[in-house]
Design a binder for this molecule. Sequence first.
Ligand code: HSE
Length: 300
Amino acid sequence: ASVKVFAPATVANVVCGFDVLGFAINAPGDEVIMRRTSSPGIRITKITGDEGKLPLDPKKNTVSSSVQHYLNHIGQPELGLEIELHKKMPIGSGLGSSSASTVAGLFAINTLMDGLLSNHDLIPFAMKGEELACGYGHADNVAPALLGGFVLIRSYEPLDILRLPFPEALYAAVVYPEVDVPTKDARAMIRSKVLLKDAVTQMGNVAGLVAGLFMKDYDLIGRSMQDVLIEPIRSILIPDFYVMRDLAMANGAISFGISGSGPSVFALCKSQETAAQVTALLQTRLKTSGIKSLAFVSQV
Ligand code: HSE
């Protein structure tokens, strides 16, 4: 038996919700092809699109290692599998690249097991993959990649994850400036202590964003998507960050911010046309600064 699975890119944090909010976009994403074999153990037979960056060693690769956790859990640790990973999105982009691969792998094995576990129950295994990729098992990419739409991680211990409603007309304009920002480094630079007044501002914003999503209130969504904790630090790594923000906001975006740990940025927009226009403006701006970029427009 063999299956082919696609899992999408995701925008983690959604500006104010560090590690607790994320949403999925339609494209790009990664593809995994998985086959049962008679010889025991997992083998990675092929990886494409990674420019040779990802390990073929099944213990070091996030896809195989999280699949192994799944197999251990279901009591079939020796099951024979061949995995092909086709990366269709940039690595270290802040678009949940490792998450898309891991989620595709887990969905594939679970499909081969006739859907033994729910998508929700696959999340902890996918978090193991994130832990291997960046040192911390954050769920704000893997949960939306598995569940779709907007997701809130209300708590990590115990894990409490829920899907949120959102306005039907909501588009993400995503631009990836081609500079390297590994999540591990982008996490290491954040301060571990916050001021009470900043925590108060951030709590208000997260609550406002969630309320705005429920109420389908674009204005509330937009004014809540502000980050006083992480963005002031991480934005340093992103070329023209504040210039791009001004451009996006002046051209119809509801909000603008860093996607995950960056360097990708994103703007939420009410229409596909606005999102396309915003990506074009941002790309032109980056080009003026000599930076190559990729852009994706997607309905949320
Ligand atoms: N919440 C994570 C971070 C997302 O900001 O480090 C990484 O994509």
